[in-house]
Design a protein around this ligand. Structure first.
Ligand code: PA5
Length: 420
């Protein structure tokens, strides 16, 4: 189960709660009727694609990569990598054989990856909806040359492209080289694409369970699209909107589990790109606790009161560690002996939440029953519905991102791109 507990905010803003909730319900209606702004980008409401032929092809290639034990190098940026990175990091941790590159322009990172790949066999999944984005484009050119030198003609069999059905340089290259490929539907924007082949191929290649993902999506959409008191998307949106109207323009996603670091990164893109336009929008920030209590804790406790905080908490852990007793007890930690580390983490969360509320920070909590494919999918779907509702409440189109082009124009001009 995914549960949103927003008691504190409901109580704090009780005079305005019903009015804002009604606005959120109206926005949900617009989303369900599919007649709001950007309604040609609502394909994500029907994901994951249940067409058996598509899914079987995806599973087959993912299984081939998984069984091979080879590295999978995923090249993509923004919505073309954050969803799969969030799932894979949450489920399997940092040192996985699924590698992510092409989301920056770091010569150090790419150089070291190429060194590592000298000794390893690898597949490449190049992911770009437009097929023309500079960072993944440049990275793919380098890795393609590297793969062709290493594997000769067999390189084409090891490269899988995920891109638009017809448009873009990557689709053309795919045609010419005969890469195996998947399609990103026209009506699904990058940041909503985790349940298309963009996210699913790497996630399944890492070993995740598609049935759980499907279950999570079905139940997430059911909860988030039903207009009732328990709707987690409506609860979340109403509470954050009340904070925003009270001048709290920054939402801090505070995760008590570092494995959720990239889920927060994915959430930041989803909400940042969807809401931050026309001079409006909540700034999405994130911290990992307890780590960041030792760096950002002071600011959150005591700084400018323009923030609210959403905790991400896992209630039950499948793996745990018991703290041992120690005869000498020099570190004076015997009072914790016999306790699970997760229990200590729970108390850290409760103590932190209380402290921040006492410091004037409105808080709410998102509880995961367990951290698995089903719960991750469910939460992603709830967030997607929530951001659509929230964008409509702000009066913006939640599905475009016109501002992202400005830096690109400057960069192209500085690099001397022909025609710019
Ligand atoms: O949400 C978005 O649309 C963007 O963040 C894109 O995902 C990102 O810019 C990558 O674009 P593309 O997949 O076309 O390379």
């Amino acid at each position: 189960m995914i549960q949103i507990v927003d008691k504190y905010i409901k109580e704090r803003y009780k005079d305005n709660y019903q009015q804002v909730r009604d606005e959120a319900r109206l926005a949900l209606k617009t989303l369900i009727a599919r007649n709001g702004k950007g309604n040609d980008f609502l394909g994500w409401l029907d994901l994951p694609d249940q067409t058996p032929a598509h899914l079987d092809h995806l599973k087959e290639i993912a299984e081939e990569i998984h069984r091979s034990g080879d590295f999978l190098v995923c090249i993509g940026i923004g919505g073309s990598y954050l969803g799969s990175k969030a799932f894979i990091h949450a489920l399997y941790g940092e040192n996985h054989r699924i590698k992510f590159i092409g989301h920056h322009l770091s010569p150090l990172e790419l150089h070291d990856l190429l060194d590592e790949l000298e000794e390893k066999d690898f597949y490449i999944n190049v992911i770009s909806k437009s097929g023309t984005t500079t960072e993944p484009g440049v990275t793919f050119r380098i890795l393609r040359e590297f793969a062709e030198k290493k594997y000769g003609d067999n390189a084409n069999r090891r490269i899988i492209a995920t891109t638009d059905a017809k448009k873009g340089a990557l689709r053309e290259l795919t045609r010419q080289k005969g890469y195996r490929s998947f399609i990103i539907p026209d009506n699904v924007g990058g940041r909503f694409s985790v349940l298309t082949p963009v996210g699913l191929l790497p996630i399944l290649a890492a070993g995740a369970d598609m049935d759980q993902i499907t279950r999570g999506a079905v139940s997430g959409f059911k909860f988030a699209l039903t207009d009732n008191e328990d709707n987690p998307a409506l609860n979340y949106v109403s509470s954050r909107n009340l904070c925003y109207r009270d001048g709290k323009a920054i939402e801090i996603m505070a995760s008590m589990e570092p494995r959720l670091h990239y889920l927060s990164e994915w959430w930041k893109q989803l909400f940042g790109e969807s809401e931050g336009k026309e001079g409006k929008g909540i700034f999405p920030a994130s911290v990992d606790f307890t780590t960041d209590l030792h760096s950002m804790g002071q600011w959150i406790q005591d700084g400018v009161r323009n923030i609210f905080e959403t905790f991400l908490v896992i209630d039950h852990y499948q793996k745990d560690v018991i703290i041992p007793a120690d005869d000498a007890d020099l570190d004076k930690l015997n009072y914790l002996a016999g306790k699970k580390l997760s229990e200590v983490n729970q108390k850290a969360y409760k103590g932190t939440k209380q402290a921040h509320e006492d410091g004037g920070v409105p808080t709410m909590v998102i509880h995961f029953d367990y951290l698995d494919e089903e719960h991750l999918t469910k939460l992603c779907v709830i967030f997607e519905v929530a951001v659509a509702i929230s964008g409509y409440m702000l009066g913006v189109n939640p599905f475009d991102q016109p501002g992202v082009e400005t830096y690109k124009k400057n960069m192209f001009a500085l690099l001397g791109k022909p025609g710019v």
